[in-house]
Design a protein around this ligand. Structure first.
Ligand code: FAD
Length: 347
C-alpha cells in the first residue's frame, strides 16, 4: 500500500524558501495551527488576526468545526449521521439535516455534470477494493464480488428533497461515500466560521484542498504548490497564487496499493467497478467553493486525460492536469485556468 493511516498533502502551502522574492519583506503578525482530522491533516494560517485571537482559541474553534463535519458526513465514524443513514435499510423518505442535504446535493450535481464518473454511491466498490473504513483484504476482489457491489452503485438510486430535507434510497443497501467532497466541505465550513469571526486573511487546508482569503503575512496572495504526481518523491510542479479562491488536487500517486507489480488507485471508475488506470497523474481545480473544487478534481481523475480537459473547457472550469507521457510529465491547462493565472500575474 502507498499509504496507511494518515494521508499526505498533494497541494502544499508554499514556504518562504520557495518564494525567495517575497522573503525580504517584513511579515505582519500571524497565527498558524495544524493537527489531525478525517484520517489526514488540516492546517490554518491567519495573517493579521483580529485583536484577542490566540493560537489556542483558534485551534479549539477550528477543531470543533471539523469535529462537527465528521459527526455529519464521516463513513469512518459509526455514529455519524451519514453512517446511520447508510445503515438504514429502508426505502422510504428519511429526514436528514440541511448540512447533509447540501453535501449530497453537491455530489449529485457533480455526478450529473460528469455523466456519472463522479458518484457518491461508489462506496461499496471503494470498500471492496480496500480504500474505505474496512481493512483491506489480502486478495483482489473477484468479478462476482465486483458485479454484486456494482448493483448497489448508481447516483440515480438516490432521490433528494430540499424542503424539508430528506433522502430516499431506491434500494435499501445503497451506501453513500462523501470522502471525495469531505475535505473541501470541511475547509468551507472552517472558512465560514473565520468569516463570521471577522478574519480577513486566512488559508485553510484540509489535505489536498485549500480555501484562501485575503493576503498572506507578506501582503501577497497565498502561494500553493502543485506537486509532481510521483509516488516516491516530492517535487513542486507549479506554484499557483490564491487569494479569494479554493484549490484542490486529486491524484493517483499517494493513495494506492501494489499487488503483483500492478498499482491500484483509490479512485474507482463506476463504469468498470475497478480502480482507474489513467495517464492522468493529477487534476487540480480552482474555484470559489472548496467542496466544488474537491469533487471536480476527483471527477476529472475518473474521466481521464481525454474527457477531463474537454469537460473543463466546455464548462469554463479552471483546471490544470498533469499527464504522464513516456518518462516525462505534460501540464495541460484549461482556458479558464490560463485566464486565472494571467489575471493573477497582472494584479
Ligand atoms: P479525493 O480524490 O478527494 O477522493 C477520493 C475518494 O473518493 C476515494 O478514496 C473514495 O473514498 C471516493 N471515490 C473513489 N472513486 C470515486 C468516484 N468515482 N466518485 C466519487 N467518489 C469516489 N480516512 C481515514 O483513513 N480515517 C478516518 O478516520 C477518516 N475520516 C474521514 C472523515 C470524513 C468526514 C471524511 C470526509 C473522510 C475521512 N477519511 C478518513 C477519508 C480521507 O480523509 C479522504 O477523504 C480519502 O482518503 C480521500 O481523499 P483524497 O483527498 O485522498 O482523495
Amino acid at each position: 500500500m502507498g499509504l496507511s493511516g494518515m494521508r499526505v498533502w498533494k497541494l502544499l502551502p508554499v514556504s518562504c524558501a520557495l518564494l525567495l522574492a517575497s522573503c525580504g519583506e517584513r511579515a505582519v503578525p500571524s497565527i498558524e495551527i495544524e493537527g489531525p482530522t478525517m484520517g489526514t491533516y488540516y492546517s490554518v494560517k491567519v495573517a493579521r488576526p483580529p485583536l484577542g485571537m490566540t493560537t489556542d482559541a483558534l485551534k479549539l474553534e477550528v477543531e470543533s468545526v471539523l469535529d462537527k463535519v465528521i459527526a455529519e458526513i464521516s463513513t469512518y465514524e459509526p455514529t455519524s449521521e451519514l453512517s446511520r443513514l447508510n445503515a438504514n435499510p429502508g426505502t422510504d423518505w428519511i429526514p436528514i439535516s440541511p448540512e447533509l442535504h447540501d453535501v449530497i446535493a453537491e455530489g449529485q450535481r457533480i455526478a450529473a455534470l460528469s455523466d456519472g464518473a463522479f458518484d457518491i454511491t461508489v462506496g461499496p466498490l471503494v470498500n471492496l477494493w480496500g480504500f474505505g473504513p474496512e481493512a483491506r483484504p489480502d486478495e483482489l476482489p473477484t468479478p462476482e464480488q465486483i458485479q454484486a457491489a456494482r448493483e448497489r452503485v448508481g447516483w440515480r438510486k438516490l432521490e433528494l428533497r430540499a424542503s424539508p430535507p430528506a433522502l430516499r434510497k431506491v434500494r435499501g443497501d445503497v451506501y453513500i461515500d462523501l470522502s471525495a467532497l469531505g475535505e473541501g466541505y470541511g475547509a468551507d465550513r472552517v472558512a465560514a466560521d473565520l468569516d463570521v469571526r471577522g478574519v480577513a486573511d486566512y488559508m485553510v487546508a484540509v489535505a489536498g484542498t485549500i480555501r484562501a482569503k485575503g493576503l498572506n503575512p507578506k501582503g501577497q496572495p497565498w502561494a500553493i504548490a502543485i506537486e509532481e504526481p510521483l509516488p516516491d518523491q516530492r517535487a513542486v510542479h507549479l506554484i499557483v497564487p490564491v487569494s479569494e479562491q479554493a484549490i484542490s488536487t486529486s491524484g493517483d500517486y499517494r493513495n494506492f496499493f501494489v499487488k503483483d507489480g500492478k498499482r491500484y488507485s483509490h479512485e474507482i471508475d463506476p463504469a468498470t467497478g475497478a480502480p482507474i488506470e489513467r495517464k492522468l497523474g493529477s487534476a487540480t481545480v480552482v474555484g470559489e467553493r472548496a467542496i466544488v473544487v474537491d469533487g471536480l478534481a476527483t471527477a476529472f481523475m475518473v474521466l481521464g486525460e481525454q474527457r477531463a480537459p474537454a469537460l473543463a473547457a466546455s464548462r469554463g472550469i479552471a483546471a490544470y492536469f498533469i499527464v504522464r507521457e513516456g518518462d516525462g510529465l505534460r501540464g495541460v491547462a484549461s482556458p479558464a485556468f490560463e485566464d486565472y493565472l494571467a489575471r493573477s500575474k497582472s494584479e
